[in-house]
Structure formats: C-alpha cells, structure tokens
Design a protein around this ligand. Sequence first.
Ligand code: FES
Ligand code: FES
Length: 233
Amino acid sequence: MSDPQIIVNGQSRPLVGVPAHSNTLDFLRGLGLTGAKEGCAEGECGACAVLVCRPSGEGSRWTPVNSCLVPASALDGQEVVTAEGLGSPERLHPVQAEMARAGGSQCGYCTPGFVCSMAAEYYRSEGDFDVEAMSGNLCRCTGYRPIRDAALALGSPPDGDPLAERQQRPAPGPGANRPADLAAALGLLRDHPRRHGRRRGHRLRRRGQPAGAAFAVHRARRPPARAPHAVDW
Ligand code: FES
Ligand code: FES
C-alpha cells in the first residue's frame, strides 16, 4: 500500500502526519496555496472552492468542492486543482483573464473560489455556460454583474487544454483511506491496525494490552444505552 497523498496541481503532496480532522482547506493553505479562503467554514460562501477530479461516465469531470467541508484524508489518491493551478499572473487561465477584463474582483477574497466554480462550469458546458453553477459562491463587494459578464464571455476550452483533456480519462479510484465498502474498511483495520486504530486502543496498548483486550475493556466500562425517551425525574 502506498502512503496517502493528494495530487495537487499536478504535484504529489503527502498526507502522512496530517491529522485526521484536518480539512482540505487547511491542508492546502498549509502548503502555501493560500488562494482558497475561509469565509464561513460551513459550506455557505464558496470562498474555499477548489476543483476535484470526479468520475463521470467513461471519463471524469472537474467538480467544484467546498474544501472547508472535506477532510484532507478523504481525498487520498485524488486529484485537486486550486486557483493557483489554473493559471499564473504571466499566463492567466481563460476564466481568470475574463474575470480581470470584466472587473469581477474587488477585494479579491471570494475570487479564487469563484474562479474554481467558473472553471468547473467552463469545462462542463463547453460554451453553454449556466450562471447557476456559481450560485454557491458569495461576493460581498464587487457585485455579481461583472462576474456574470465574465462567465458569459467565456467560450469553449481550446484544443490541447490540459484540464479539458484530463476529463477524457477516468478519475482516480478511491485511495487507501477511502475504502469502497465495509469489507474493505475492515480489511484495512486488520492489515494496518497501527495506522487506522482508535486512539484509545493505541493508548491502552502502550500499557501492554493487545488491542482486542483494550476495546473489550472500553466496551465493558461504557454505560448501557438509554432509550431515547428516558427521562430522569
Ligand atoms: S469557507 Fe465558506 S464554503 Fe468553505
Ligand atoms: S471581491 Fe470582495 S468579496 Fe468578492
């Protein structure tokens, strides 16, 4: 089994040592990719949007995802593109170029998220852009008309566009941390107990007990389950 990793903007980024509760937004910003922003941290504003390569028919589709909601480890083995990966100041992506031309950015806080959502629709629609694709992105200072104008000015991706071509191939399968079913999850726990074990099991094992005994003790100490309607008078 290979070490967990995410392909970010074409580069392998290890997940080893990343806490299980870390979200993808913090993971990316920790790498120095600070385009994605935290606005609401609860999936409402789209400031943290990035693109993830997801399965679509025989090929794949660049899908905008609110990175504040997704644990980094859930993207093990997946491909992610951020606003930095779309283009650079010297070589803007068509979406970034249209946003600049239309004046679609003022303070810029929301812009990388808008750019990612717009890019996903650019690659999906191939010229028939649906502005509703950006309904999950909020901007509090520019106003939406220039952003809409930028989106509607977009054509189709040119021949040879690497992200458009990527969609012709299947998306990556689930990584080591994303077992496809219960049997695969139990197999991972069996084969890699130290890597996937529960914190309490690890602590008790350090005292010399095998994991099975540790869990048995933990279960025995738990109070019995109460009926949902039980009330203490
Ligand atoms: S920070 Fe607002 S949706 Fe993620
Ligand atoms: S440009 Fe300021 S919030 Fe959108």
